[in-house]
Design a binder for this molecule. Structure first.
Ligand code: KG4
Ligand code: ZN
Length: 344
């Protein structure tokens, strides 16, 4: 069957076409992502009203590109199901995608499935094409979320841990802003960190010792703020060399907590598999270290291919398929909670 996925929850207008026979036979025919990052960069974060206006401006062209790249000439005939992100995300941005998807579904006469952005991230690991064994523990790390989700099956989710304040990606973004590195922070911090000394500046590992599986990132960001203030007071210039060492020290602290708590939770819940997803899963050190830690603990570890780590619509089309094939595919549009933290 041919699934069209639509994603507009934040600052990417994304549409993808997937051919799905079953979970082991998923082919991404097209995956178009139009990023608005440049538009929001001067503000240091995403501005909802600007995001919505930009989605509305671009979404028609993104659809045309996605259909053309998939070789689709008659969408009404060739598309079987439409899936759209209905939350969580920025309300005005989500509404553009939802209204567009509803109009297309009506025009093509096709079923429309509303799905969660979080499920999209979770299922992005299945885009790797390898069978995944349950129970599985997902570490979702993005700009808005840091969650540990236990899955007994494709439609059985339990939130066992989450951030108490900032998300992991948000911490990367805020530290990058403190270092004057622009937005988004993750890619630039991880690049600088490869050239820095991670042991130069000792930084806290928040909640590493807590018995629960929750996280906290605002204290780590504040520790970097104080570190930079102290360095300046001591007359140390915040040059490229210092920035690289701060980036490496911060990245190590942020990642160590994620990995240790994930593996501890995986062992306590007796899962077979550890999954990583969300924008921060593009981080090379996190990918490598989590895979190594899982291997040493005797666990399988699956991660999305790099193209599907940050926001995209291939993961939404797949989440729509899973809801269509395995779950309750009737979206209750009246009760859609766009700001729900756990949008299952
Ligand atoms: O999943 P995503 O594209 O959007 C949300 O749903 O939030 O995640 C975006 C987040 C941003 O905070 C960005 O800084 C972070 O993912 N990110 C990274 C890397 N690439 C993107 N964080 C750390 N290392 C990276 N290489
Ligand atoms: Zn996301």
């Amino acid at each position: 069957m041919t699934f069209l996925g639509i994603e507009t929850s934040c600052d990417e207008t994304a549409i993808a076409v997937l051919e799905i026979e079953d979970l082991e036979h998923v082919s991404v025919r097209s995956n178009i992502v139009s990023s608005q990052i440049h538009l929001h960069a001067p503000y240091g974060g995403v501005v909802p009203a600007l995001a919505a206006r930009e989605h509305a401006k671009n979404i028609g062209q993104v659809l045309e590109s996605a259909l053309a790249a998939a070789g689709i000439t008659d969408a009404k005939k060739e598309i079987d199901v439409i899936a759209v992100t209905h939350g969580p995300g920025l309300g005005p941005a989500l509404l553009v995608g939802i209204a567009f998807a509803k109009t297309l579904a009506w025009k093509y006469g096709k079923p429309l499935i509303g799905t969660s952005h979080m499920k999209g991230h979770i299922f992005s690991s299945w885009l790797g094409g390898t069978p995944i064994a349950f129970p599985a523990l997902n570490l979702i790390v993005s700009g808005g979320h840091t969650e540990l989700v236990l899955m007994q099956s494709l439609n059985d989710f339990e939130l066992i841990g989450e951030t108490m304040d900032d998300a992991a990606g948000e911490a990367f973004d805020k530290v990058a802003r403190l270092l004057g590195l622009g937005y988004p922070g993750g890619p630039v911090i991880s690049k600088l960190a490869t050239q820095g000394n991670p042991d130069r500046f000792p930084l806290p590992r928040p909640m590493l010792a807590s018995k629960d599986f929750n996280f906290s990132y605002s204290g780590l960001k504040t520790a970097v703020l104080y570190l930079l203030r102290d360095l300046k007071e001591r007359g140390v210039e915040i040059d490229d060399h210092v920035k690289k060492d701060v980036a490496a020290s911060f990245q190590n602290a942020a990642i160590e907590v994620l990995i240790k708590k994930t593996i501890r939770a995986a062992e306590q819940y007796g899962v077979a598999t550890v999954l990583l997803s969300g924008g921060v899963s593009a981080n090379p050190l996190l990918r490598e270290e989590l895979a190594g830690a899982a291997r040493r603990a005797g666990l399988a570890c699956h991660q999305p291919p790099l193209a599907y780590t940050t926001d995209n619509a291939a993961m939404i089309a797949l989440a729509g398929y899973i809801e269509y094939a395995y779950g309750d595919s009737s979206t209750d549009w009246q009760s859609v909670d766009m700001n729900a933290n756990l949008g299952f």
